[in-house]
Design a protein around this ligand. Structure first.
Ligand SMILES: [Zn+2]
Length: 171
């Protein structure tokens, strides 16, 4: 269920948006665009975008950045579902963060596509394994032909690649 206050509280408490600047920006937004429920939803979305920009600007390293961005994208995903908006793009970004986080490993990684119970299109990809580099290049998830109403829920599993003797392969 969507409520403006719920997302305000997520932005303020979880993502450390200052309440006073949230309120100030809201007044400005309503003056400019009007105060309908829909306009206020757009406002919430714009603050999420600002949080993302702030993370990108202040990130001490990539590991931290992708982990933090993923958290924000997950809340954005929830928001989109609650407001019945299309979430495909945000799902794509969450999947991308997962790949980029796995890329930080000092060993070569394999990626497995886990598509259980998404839709019949995605079912065909279940268990497919590819090197992380290939997954980063192709971004196979979300499946472009996924038929699930609110977007593809498939995800990646990661496993360190091993050589013939079963040893991990350093980069
Ligand atoms: Zn699907």
């Amino acid at each position: 269920m969507y409520s403006f206050d719920k997302y305000k509280s997520i932005l303020v408490k979880k993502f450390e948006v200052q309440e006073s600047s949230f309120e100030g920006a809201l007044i400005f937004w309503i003056k400019k665009f009007g105060g309908s429920e829909n306009n206020k939803k757009d406002f919430i979305w714009s603050i999420f975008q600002q949080v993302l920009m702030h993370i990108a600007k202040t990130a001490p390293d990539e590991v931290w950045m992708y982990a933090k961005q993923r958290e924000v994208y997950c809340s954005m995903f929830e928001f989109l579902i609650a407001t019945k908006r299309n979430a495909s793009h945000t799902i794509k970004l969450i999947n991308y963060c997962d790949l980029k986080q796995a890329e930080q490993s000092e060993f070569h990684q394999n990626v497995e596509l886990i598509t259980t119970k998404c839709c019949s299109e995605c079912d065909n990809l279940d268990g497919l394994i590819m090197p992380l580099e290939e997954a980063l290049e192709k971004e196979p998830l979300p499946h472009p032909n996924c038929t699930r109403e609110y977007g593809c829920i498939c995800c990646y599993g990661f496993r360190a690649a091993r050589d013939k003797e079963g040893r991990l392969i350093p980069k």
